[in-house]
Each structure stands twice: as structure tokens, then as C-alpha cells.
Design a protein around this ligand. Structure first.
Ligand SMILES: Cc1cc2nc3c(=O)[nH]c(=O)nc-3n(C[C@H](O)[C@H](O)[C@H](O)COP(=O)(O)OP(=O)(O)OC[C@H]3O[C@@H](n4cnc5c(N)ncnc54)[C@H](O)[C@@H]3O)c2cc1C
Length: 424
């Protein structure tokens, strides 16, 4: 069928969806492109919601993927504030909340993820917050400012990236902050105990209190207000507001009801896709936080919940929808900023998957690169307040070659010289 008569539908108007729509046009697709989103805002990027925007340093306008007028100019039909509630694969149609049925020739699911909820008494109190949407960040920004002004106390459940970034923002407003985390160090699942501990130290130095090895059992409140939080070791912590930052769950409901293959929760969840981001239905693709893709480089299936994966995966999915050969094998990458510490992480090294953590540089001054190795091969690398090294770190990971560990730990040896084929 000629392109101009085909309709490509994208469900999920976040970064991955918007970038896929953009790529369909830049690749020359002349048919209809319909982008459906349940949020009322135009597609936006989320990283600033726990950083610059939350801190009051960045404007609301700075988070949008494109300016609103871009969509009409690119001939993208936007349906905002409109959830897709049903997917009928046999009839190739998506049904929206208002009953409108939208036909598709190819469909992309870019439905992202949603915050996991605490399953304890008191979780419905108005003072309990989550952070995923712009509207959440707007609300939380006001809460942090009030807590800072009144010497109030924010209790954060979960010492992952979002929990820690909000802790840093809250300290910036002058609020008291306690973080409750069941494991022994922050960021345990991603960084392991060795490097996670360094982030714990950073926050402790900035006045954050940690309560490790404990879980919330109850949020105590009155008239919607939070008064305190109880943990399973019998302690009670003062709190005027709570942030539940205990991870996100992929939004797979539409795919599941339509009978698409999923990955079970113990293996990370998500819609199962191959390396070309195609689901178990050849006309349906999935990308971004919701997709668990086979990763050709890592040889495993992975659901990556990071900005760069949405940014680059969206266009890759668009190309696959157009019938191009796609093998999406970008090295997983993410970044974070907390206080005066900026970092970038490349690769994949889950706890139990590496046998050595090697530091290059000065960890005490927080200017270093950490490498996670297995049998002398670099699985992942994280540069902390060291810049312009991501390309070399990713090349080391891609090479899968054993590396000279002494040279790797020595900042005077150029990283490029350790990458096979790049060295002098
Ligand atoms: C506060 C915060 C800070 C972050 N900071 C960083 C960072 O510093 N670095 C980093 O690498 N990553 C960061 N991330 C992660 C990054 O933002 C995500 O990986 C990225 O947003 C994923 O994009 P996506 O398009 O796949 O999903 P999303 O951004 O979640 O977009 C999916 C969209 O689809 C909509 N949707 C879902 N179901 C339906 C439906 N049935 N019908 C219609 N619409 C639907 C959703 O409402 C949403 O608007 C952060 C995330 C958050 C929440």
C-alpha cells in the first residue's frame, strides 16, 4: 500500500511517542500519524521534574519535547487528555475513552510506566505524594517550599534515583528529610553497595537522615494531613508529607488485555519485544519504559527506564514500523544530578553480575569513574563530575575485551588508549 494511505498510531504521548512521531515524518512517511496521550499536557521530558523544575530553577516551558505548534506543522494528529482504553488487534483499531475508534495499519505502544503505590494504611492521605507527571511536580514543588518555610519534615520511602533527587531538592528548600529504605545502601539495585554508599554519604553530608533496613508499615494522619510514619522495626518518624518513591510499574494493561506477550514481573515486567521493538503481533511495536526488548549487545531481555532509551528508541521504533532493518543495541545510559554532583552511567551491571568495582580518580572528592567488571571485562561505567568520557566508556563496554585493570584505574592513562582499535 502506498505510504500516503496508511495510518500509523502511537499510544502514549511521552518522550518515546513524540520522538517516534517526529522520526516518522523525518523518514519521509506521508500517511496519517496519530499520537494519543491520556495527559492533557503536550509531550514533555521528565528528568527536570525531580531536578531543575522541582528546585524552582527551570521554567515549566523548558520541559516540552516540541513547542505546541510543531505538531500541526508536522501534520501529527494529537489526541490529548484521551486514554486508549481498548486494543482490538483483529480489527486493527484502538478505542479511546470517549468511544472514538481509531484504525491503524501499524501501532506503537509507548505507554511508559506509573509509580508503584505503597500498600500500607494511610497511603490515601492528601499529604502522600508520587512523582511521575508534571502536575505531580507542580504540586510537590509547592509542598517542598512550604516545608522549607515551616521547618517541615519530608519522609521519602525509597532511596532510588527519584527519592534521592527529591531529597536533594527538598534540602535546597530547607526542609528536613528522612529517607526510609529496606536495603542497606541507596541505589542498591543499580550501583550495588560499594558505590551506593558514596551517594549515601553525599546526602548525609547535606543533612539527609537515612533509615536503612526498614519498611513503612503505616502513615499516621488526621484530616488528610500526615503526622508521622511507622516502620516495621517499631520506630516512628516525624513527617508532614510523604513521597512514595518505590519504583515504577510498566503500563501494560492495554497490551495485556489484547493478548500481546508480556514479561512477568519477577523478570522486570513490560511488553516483550524483539531487537526491532516488534511485539508478538508483527503490526504492533512497543518502546520506552513499557518495552522489555531483547538487547543484542547484552544478550538478554531488558526493560530500560531511562530518558535516553525513550529518546533514541522512539525513532528506532518508527524506522521499524516503516519496514527498515532495525536492531536496537544502544548501550543503556542515564544521568542524575544531586547537589553539586553530576553523573552519567553507561552499561548494565546488576548486583551479582559483576565481580569487581574499580575506581579511577578521587572518590573522596567525588571526581571519579567507577567501573563494574566481570572477569576483567567492563560491564558498566559511571563518571561522577568527570565529563566527556561516555563515548570511551561505552566503547570499552561494546568491545567486551579484557582490559588492563591497572591502566584502567590510572587517570594518567588515556581511556581511549584502552579501547581496542582506538588506542595509540
Ligand atoms: C521524576 C522523574 C525523573 C527522571 N529523571 C531521569 C533522569 O535524570 N535520567 C534518566 O535517564 N531518566 C530519568 N527518568 C526516566 C525517564 O523520564 C523515562 O525513562 C521516560 O520518561 C520514558 O519515556 P516514555 O515515553 O517511555 O514513557 P512516559 O514518559 O511515561 O510517557 C508515556 C505516556 O503515555 C501515557 N499513557 C499511558 N497509557 C496510556 C493510554 N492507555 N492511553 C493514552 N496515553 C497513555 C502516559 O500518561 C504518559 O504520558 C525520570 C523519570 C521521572 C518520573
Amino acid at each position: 500500500m502506498v505510504d500516503a494511505h496508511r495510518t500509523f498510531v502511537i499510544v502514549g504521548a511521552g518522550l518515546a511517542g513524540a520522538k517516534a512521531a517526529e522520526a516518522l515524518r523525518s523518514e519521509g512517511f506521508r500517511g496519517r500519524v496519530i499520537l494519543i496521550g491520556d495527559e492533557r499536557d503536550h509531550p514533555y521530558e521528565r528528568p527536570a521534574l525531580s531536578k531543575g523544575y522541582l528546585q524552582g530553577k527551570e521554567e515549566r516551558d523548558s520541559v516540552f519535547v516540541h513547542e505546541p505548534s510543531w505538531y500541526a506543522r508536522a501534520d501529527i494528529e494529537l489526541h490529548l487528555g484521551q486514554p486508549a482504553v481498548h486494543l482490538d488487534r483483529a480489527a486493527r483499531k484502538v478505542v479511546l475513552g470517549d468511544g472514538t475508534a481509531v484504525h491503524y495499519d501499524k501501532l506503537l505502544l509507548a505507554t511508559g510506566a506509573e509509580p508503584r503505590r505503597l500498600d500500607v494504611p494511610g497511603t490515601g492521605l492528601a499529604g502522600v505524594h508520587h512523582l511521575r507527571r508534571l502536575s505531580h511536580a507542580e504540586r510537590l514543588r509547592g509542598v517542598l517550599a512550604t516545608l522549607g518555610r515551616d521547618n517541615g519534615h519530608l519522609l521519602i520511602a525509597g532511596a532510588g534515583w527519584i527519592g534521592l533527587e527529591v531529597a536533594a531538592a527538598a534540602r535546597g528548600y530547607g526542609a528536613e528529610v528522612t529517607v526510609v529504605e529496606p536495603l542497606a545502601t541507596p541505589l542498591h539495585a543499580v550501583l550495588g553497595p560499594e558505590i551506593g554508599r558514596l551517594f549515601g554519604d553525599l546526602h548525609a553530608e547535606n543533612g539527609v537522615r537515612f533509615h536503612f533496613g526498614a519498611r513503612l508499615t503505616e502513615i499516621v494522619g488526621q484530616d488528610g494531613m500526615v503526622l508521622a510514619v511507622r516502620t516495621d522495626d517499631g520506630e516512628e518518624h516525624p513527617a508532614h508529607a510523604v513521597l512514595a518513591a518505590i519504583g515504577a510499574a510498566p503500563r501494560t494493561a492495554l497490551a495485556e488485555a489484547a493478548g500481546l506477550a508480556l514479561v512477568d514481573r519477577e523478570h522486570g515486567g513490560g511488553i516483550a519485544v524483539d531487537a526491532s521493538l516488534r511485539t508478538s503481533d508483527p503490526d504492533v511495536f512497543a518502546v520506552g519504559d513499557v518495552a522489555a526488548a531483547h538487547h543484542p549487545l547484552l544478550g538478554t531481555r531488558l526493560r530500560v527506564e531511562h530518558w535516553a532509551n525513550a529518546l533514541n528508541g522512539g525513532p528506532a521504533a518508527a524506522r521499524a514500523m516503516l519496514g527498515q532493518e532495525v536492531s536496537y543495541d544502544r548501550v543503556p545510559y542515564f544521568f542524575s544530578d544531586q547537589y553539586d554532583v553530576g553523573m552519567e552511567y553507561s552499561g548494565y551491571a546488576p548486583v551479582g553480575g559483576y565481580d569487581q568495582v574499580l575506581i579511577r580518580g578521587d572518590a573522596a572528592r567525588r571526581e571519579f569513574i567507577a567501573f563494574w567488571l566481570s572477569q576483567g571485562r567492563v560491564l558498566a561505567g559511571m563518571n561522577v563530575n568527570v565529563w566527556d568520557v561516555t563515548g570511551h566508556i561505552q566503547a570499552l563496554i561494546r568491545s567486551k575485551a579484557p582490559v588492563d585493570r591497572e591502566a584502567l584505574a590510572d587517570p594518567s592513562v588515556p581511556l581511549a588508549s584502552l579501547v581496542p582499535g582506538e588506542g595509540a
